[in-house]
Design a protein around this ligand. Sequence first.
Ligand code: URA
Length: 433
Amino acid sequence: MRMYDIILKKRGGGELSEEEIRFFVQGYTEGEIPDYQVSALMMAIFFQKMTERETLALTMAMARSGDMLDLSGIHGIKVDKHSTGGVGDKTSLALGPMTAACGIPVAKMSGRGLGHTGGTIDKLESFPGFSTALTTERFIENVNRIGIAIMGQTADLAPADKKLYALRDVTATVDNMSLIASSIMSKKLAAGADAIVLDVKTGSGAFMKSEADARALAEEMVKIGRNAGRRMTAVISDMDQPLGYAIGNALEVKEAIDTLQGRGPKDFVELCLVLGSRMLMAGGKAEQEGEARAMLQKVIADGSALKKLAELVEAQGGDPRAVYDPRQLPQAPIQLPVTADAEGYVHHIDCQEAGVCSLMLGGGRETKNSCIDPAVGLVLHKKAGDSVKAGETLAVIHAAGWEQAEAAGEHFRAACHIEKDPPMSRPFIVDIL
Ligand code: URA
């Protein structure tokens, strides 16, 4: 088999066979096929697209390019959740303990944040001492012992995707639906869960800005997962403004703790209940949504979800006292309010730019190797649709220095649009597939 023929076939609109796909994925991962040939193939795929059969073959070849996690040592149906990423998205921090407290074994591999979106691992590392560098044995043992473990993605999880994604990033071939769906799903399938609940975001802070694109991506990923024999659900949810009020690692941990104490923001609580109920249904713990929601509300009300978070923190080397007293989490020395210039309604908060504020403060990563400050970020006081008076606080910036605080404050002011009339409301849960 020759790479040249594979490129030519795809360029002419042909359907690649499973063998041809396996050949280039394996050859590229092992360094036998050069970047320039794979770049040409990615561009041919970009224009000619991939069929359902090709997309599944690519996903499976990438998933099998490294370790496939074997979770059979964990009792029960393993249900994973994946979010396509957003701003203020601390869902796993609350949802993991909630579903674990309801009896779902939570064996989660998570990533770090890059750019304006945050990552679960960075957020968890706000707990002093918390480590996500677990061996697979310890990961499985923790899930069997306390019902939950969260580890960082190992280098050997879908290494083909890692290489291909980096190549697509510099060859303008990221935004092809089949390539995105296979990239995400290869990691999810390699991570070993029996059922996967996807949270596909749409809006100004999301990877997929339009609802049509978010829906197409959700449908593509659901198809791949089902073809690979996994139980799949996808929720399409709004990310046109930050989720909840807190943006920044420790600030988001505190908001997740508030949520587990029954004091969470309305949108965030709703998302946890919608995703959580689908996870309980997929995991065989509830038949219907109403029953599942009641179970999730109960573990918040009786404190067992909060206790589960404390167990998780302790099992992974962190200090669980911070769960009951979030003042022990890292705190920024400067808190600067950003106030409204005019009276009216918050029409729109540009979600991506709100994420950029946290990045400017040092709360996110500009490049893969940047260090992050867990204490910094911002806490919104107003969200879209809220009325505001001149001089009222729109958000509070948490910063390490005055200069960064002022720059981020100005950036936020420009991202927060105030108009005379209230905005049209957007549905928060757009659809469930
Ligand atoms: N996220 C991924 O993991 N892969 C893509 O291709 C795009 C977003």
